[in-house]
Design a protein around this ligand. Sequence first.
Ligand code: ADP
Length: 397
Amino acid sequence: MNVLVINCGSSSLKYQLIDSETEKVLAKGLCERIGIDGRLTHTPAGGQKIVFNDPLPTHVTAVSSVLEKLTDPQCGVIASLSEIGAVGHRIVHGGEKFASSTLLTDEAIAEIEKCCELAPLHNPANLIGINACRELMPGVPMVAVFDTAFHQTMPEKAFLYSLPYRWYSQYGIRRYGFHGTSHSFVSKRAAEFLGKKPEELKTIVCHLGNGASLCAVKYGKSVDTSMGFTPLEGVPMGTRSGNIDPAILEYAAAKEGLTLHEVMNVLNKQSGVQGISGLSSDFRDLGAAAAAGDKRSAAAIEVFCYNVAKFVGAYAAAMNGVDVIAFTAGIGENDPSVRTKVLSYLEYLGIEVNPQTNKLRGEETVISTPDSRVTVLVIPTNEELAIARETVEIVGE
Ligand code: ADP
């Protein structure tokens, strides 16, 4: 079955058409500047990237343009829309309602709407994508795959904040965690790669991309994760602060003459490695600048690696041991020096790095030595494929 995977943001929409039998990507692309002027980049498998300047006033026109490209005699990959068997939607927040992916019925959509309060920037945009697809592909089954669902197995001791309990019971203020589709995919794949069952392993997944989070996966289930009520918590990220003393908010607001909202904006968009370096949120730029002697870029990398290592230590404690550490996402897959720095703090766990295999980028590899007490892997994540698999599982072959 061909599954159309949709990741809809407020002004953008990413898509992939995946053949679920072969797991090949038939075409992929991105609609940008929806509601502004519009730009659609479409890449059929084995072909060149094509840029269209279709006006995209609404998400419905964006989805309509995508469907047009997919069925176009020149750049298309299917003859008609009837060849799309199902649509899988990436949904950011499923609250406590969704512990797994779900078929998008009217009731499920109403429940996702209720979660908008928890993810006001993301869920409404995700819902717009769902509605646009429903309008243009009536009758095609659709599935919601949530970033939060995998973490619903966390025990209370991991998800409760030490705040008035009523804030949790009345407002749902608790740790939800994000990147769940990636943590689930990578932990499963890590086990498969090692010829083991997920139920046999204590795994720590380090999803280190522009957004970064770690997850303690004990015997196949998420038991703790570094992102929290929002994706701002945890390790420092490209532009997000990660954990800080909450008292800084009031102090910095007073010093800088900012509102709470403006301080939150700084924490989300001008902090992390971008904030420390003052140069870039991209580790390629930071690595080059640090090598050329830029001290703040070097400090940004150090702060990042140190904090990632501290979370690994915390999760080894949370699970009372660790068998596998898996690095994934942009930095985790492609930056051997970050991996080396993180692992240099973890020798006490009996970790030995293989400097030869650690040089590799973006492929499934064991980067620890055979004697290492913990197996360290690089496992490229593939959230679109994970969404396509979930979709097929729910709608049936
Ligand atoms: P997201 O999906 O959160 O936007 P990605 O997982 O695509 O992020 O990661 C993007 C980040 O990965 C970039 O900002 C950059 O810091 C890092 N990255 C990508 N390629 C490399 C590379 N070759 N070397 C070092 N870092 C890289």
